[in-house]
Design a protein around this ligand. Structure first.
Ligand code: HEC
Length: 210
């Protein structure tokens, strides 16, 4: 091996070692004053109307930490927040599987929560915005993984039902800076609606699994 190749090899080895050993940067990406400025801009430019009020800008601890650390908080903090989020899931007593046909409508609907919606009207789950669900779906987003065949792949045990319900209720309980909305935690979907969506994902008769 000539000198030049040796040097290239040494550099490549050093680069690999650096990747393997460098710890996650524990410093926040944004300071408190950066965050205050961003919040002030949002509040300045948003005009409350109908059911869309200023409380939409009130962040909880998880949202603040994920913003502050650009979705990569230090491990200890991430663990503590995730434990809080798991604790915040309200699992219903008894059956977690509802009606998959209703679940399909909810998964395919992106309606709700705009200023022109009436208070208390039912919301959609917007699942199709980020996931492929049924193989018949004409268009869908790809920010999240495809859930086609989800029940076929994972089975229908009570643990899987519980995980699926919990993930939809509060995705941040399983992955702390998940971009998936916390459907139950935020009150976007009701317990009944989440059960219907769980059935849509897990029921063998659902188009997701056919
Ligand atoms: C804004 C995008 C977005 C929306 C809307 C969304 N998800 Fe997700 N979802 C994700 C992403 C990204 C992941 C993977 C990363 C993670 O787990 O956070 C995910 C993960 C999941 C998982 C776990 C998959 C696995 O392999 O374990 C399930 C189940 C799920 N989503 C169901 C749903 C359902 C049902 C809805 C609608 C009620 C929904 N999602 C709405 C983005 C979204």
């Amino acid at each position: 091996m000539n000198k030049r190749n040796l040097l290239t090899l040494a550099l490549a080895t050093a680069a690999i070692a650096a990747c393997a050993t460098s710890p996650v940067d524990p410093r926040p990406a944004y300071s408190e004053s950066d965050l205050r400025q961003m919040d002030a801009v949002h509040r300045r430019d948003f005009h409350p109307r109908g059911i869309a009020k200023m409380d939409r800008f009130d962040l909880d601890r998880v949202q603040r930490a994920c913003n502050q650390y650009k979705d990569n908080p230090p491990e200890d903090l991430a663990k503590a927040l995730q434990a809080e989020q798991i604790g915040a899931i309200k699992f219903p007593q008894g059956e977690l599987l509802g009606d998959w046909k209703k679940g399909q409508k909810i998964a395919q609907s992106g309606r709700g929560m705009t200023w022109s919606d009436k208070p208390g009207s039912a919301n959609g789950g917007s699942c199709y915005n980020c996931h492929q669900l049924s193989p018949e779906e004409a268009s869908y987003g790809t920010l999240g993984p495809s859930l086609k065949g989800f029940g076929k792949l994972r089975g229908n045990t009570s643990e899987i039902q519980k995980y699926t319900y919990g993930k939809i209720y509060n995705s941040k309980a399983y992955s702390v800076c998940s971009p998936m909305p916390r459907m139950g935690y935020s009150g976007t979907l009701t317990e009944e609606q989440i059960k219907d969506v769980v059935a849509y994902l897990l029921d063998p008769a659902s188009p997701v699994n056919r």
